[in-house]
Design a protein around this ligand. Structure first.
Ligand code: PLP
Length: 403
């Protein structure tokens, strides 16, 4: 059976050109970039070139890019690095309720260290309000961290306006842009961004490499002690093959971005309009227009996202659901709950995220099999018959915990 991958927000395939480019650095070119000899010099040069390409993708300078192991590490370095370096100035951090756990759990950790955290709410589309950010600022605020695009529902935040506000108030602004980098135009200067997180495996480089952009002059406390790598910001011998790969992926993303955005938006909009037209009791989650080009999230009322995923998997289609989280818990997504969805509706969510290699034929195949699967699951659902006719509220029996 042909398999279809619609889970690009979880991770992406490595671009064939990236594989070809990094291969040399897994074989012949294995030197330590800190070594003085020719083996070291050739990998140092490769790391420098990759840094320039990553910087170029987001409109930064090469010396503003620090390589890390991925999104989680960059988020930790940004938040703790700023918090520790500025604790004499203040102890307040503003973030949102819909951040990735790499941000939320780091904030919880910082709260235990004595920092005050404000978690801003979002509207029904998953959008943070700039006025809410403004109203949350106190004379203790040292950092605002708002994600660029949400990984579950794809909503794109008003980053430039939040950045402008932060700059006026002389507060550092970090954005977790892990979902947006390589897929959406970003310019850290025009967007008023001080710190930005990215992960290679979300834009067709391999897992285990990422970067933090920190604007020149932004002082961070390093979280790892050791050698002077990454200008004393991140000790440890560089992941040269990974760094070469993220550099190549950045170059390709910039080259192909306009074409890729147009292609994915076409697939996305076809999928959204056809599903809403053909499957009753269905809602689109996330913003109708301010959303990532390849990102779709529906809730099919009266069914479980988990059963939907298993049935799609039997048809060769890989997607994701708001009720399946990494911990294996059945608690519904904190993002969907923050958007005001009930537990029942959040449990019926399906995330389809498209990217490199996806075709219109694949979307057509999904459109062919999805209505039958939804209809079959609903026919087996005790909730469906009663609730479809009158809006009754069903106790949510699947959640482990009701927040
Ligand atoms: C994937 C992701 C992360 C974590 O990145 P890793 O490379 O898996 O550590 C953080 N934030 C967002 C928004 C993500 O999508």
């Amino acid at each position: 059976m042909k398999r279809i991958y619609f889970d690009h927000s979880a991770t992406t395939p490595v671009h064939p050109e990236v594989v070809a480019t990094m291969m040399e650095y897994l074989t012949d070119k294995f030197g330590n970039p800190s070594s003085v000899h020719s083996f070291g010099r050739e990998t140092r040069k490769a790391v420098d070139e990759a840094r320039a390409k990553v910087a170029d993708l987001i409109g930064a300078e090469p010396n503003e890019i620090f390589f890390t192991s991925g999104g989680t590490e960059s988020d930790n370095l940004a938040l703790k690095g700023i918090a520790y370096a500025n604790r004499k100035k203040g102890n307040h951090i503003i973030t949102s309720a819909i951040e990735h756990h790499a941000i939320l759990h780091t904030c919880e950790y910082l709260a235990n260290q004595g920092f005050q955290i404000t978690y801003l709410p979002v509207d029904q589309y998953g959008m943070v309000s700039v006025d809410d950010v403004r109203n949350a600022i106190t004379d203790q605020t040292i950092l605002i961290s708002i994600m660029f695009a949400n990984n579950e529902v794809g909503t794109i935040q008003p980053i430039r306006e939040i950045g402008k506000l932060a700059r006026e108030k002389k507060i550092f602004f970090h954005t977790d842009a892990t979902q947006a980098v390589g897929h959406y135009p970003i310019n850290v200067k025009e967007d008023n961004i001080d710190l930005l997180t990215m992960a290679g495996h979300k834009f067709n480089a391999p897992k285990g490499v990422g970067a933090l952009y920190a604007r020149r002059g932004v002082r961070l406390e390093s979280l790892q002690q050791g050698g002077a790598h990454e200008r004393n910001m991140r000790a440890g011998t560089e992941n040269v093959p990974g760094i070469v790969a993220i550099g190549k992926a950045a170059e390709i993303a910039k080259r192909d971005m306009n074409e890729q955005i147009a292609h994915l938006q076409g697939l996305r909009d076809k999928l959204i309009s056809q599903v809403l037209a053909t499957i009753p009791h269905t809602q689109l989650n996330g913003h109708p227009t301010q959303r990532m080009p390849g990102s779709v999230n529906f809730s099919f009322h009266f069914i479980e996202g988990e059963s939907l995923l298993l049935n799609l998997d039997l048809k060769g289609i890989a997607a994701s659901s708001g009720s399946a989280c990494t911990s294996g818990s059945l608690d519904p997504s904190h993002v969907l709950l923050a958007m005001g969805l009930t537990h029942e509706v959040a449990h019926g969510s399906l995330r389809i995220t498209m990217g490199l290699g996806n075709t219109e034929e694949e979307v057509d195949y999904l459109l062919e099999v999805l209505p039958e699967i939804v209809a079959r699951l609903r026919s087996m659902s005790p909730l469906y018959g009663a609730a479809a006719s009158e809006q009754v509220s069903n106790p949510c029996s699947t959640c482990h915990r009701h927040e």
